[in-house]
Write a protein that binds this ligand. Sequence first.
Ligand SMILES: Nc1ncnc2c1ncn2[C@@H]1O[C@H](COP(=O)(O)OP(=O)(O)O)[C@@H](O)[C@H]1O
Ligand SMILES: O=C(O)C1=C[C@@H](OP(=O)(O)O)[C@@H](O)[C@H](O)C1
Ligand SMILES: [Mg+2]
Length: 170
Amino acid sequence: MSRTIALIGISGAGKSKIGRTLAARLGVDLLDVDAEVERRQGRTIADIFATDGEAAFRAAESDVCVEALGRPRTVVSLGGGAPMTPAIADALRGVHVVWLRVSPAVAASRVAGHGDRPLLNDDDLVAKLTRMLDARGATYARLADQIVDADGDDADAKAQLIAAAAEASV
Ligand SMILES: Nc1ncnc2c1ncn2[C@@H]1O[C@H](COP(=O)(O)OP(=O)(O)O)[C@@H](O)[C@H]1O
Ligand SMILES: O=C(O)C1=C[C@@H](OP(=O)(O)O)[C@@H](O)[C@H](O)C1
Ligand SMILES: [Mg+2]
């Protein structure tokens, strides 16, 4: 693996899960941005949103992303909204960016009932995720070096595809 790899996509795409599999397969560090924000602040993302609001979360997310994306040989799993922050989009330029493209219906089935994603407190999860994909899809497409269909169950196969493409990319 020559370049750092960033995983982007809406909630439920499997960025966190595939990130873990991929980093283990490559034998490199994993940084899950949401987990790192929570670790640094000592509270959950839901708490940050509820107490300080989304803008405060986006600022913390940006700090962690920009720093992580500057590291060598790392797998970075971003939160779904991160690429919409201009400083993060800029930082994504130097790395191998993978859009895990999932359908809203599959994503909804994966995140239903978890309650730890404050933007998904919505009665109609499929509609909400469809709106998110509509708002973000063009940005994901613009930033992506690789697009991986993330609807299927086989996280290992997806990690293998990403590892091969990252190996080949310069
Ligand atoms: N390819 C997959 N097949 C089946 N379940 C998956 C897959 N990818 C993720 N999941 C499950 O879906 C949920 C959301 O995955 P996660 O990795 O947290 O997504 P993201 O970080 O993109 O929001 C988790 O419970 C995870 O175990
Ligand atoms: O879509 C978003 O804006 C968000 C997605 C979440 O990450 P996942 O994509 O891992 O769910 C997390 O960063 C936060 O709740 C905001
Ligand atoms: Mg995640």
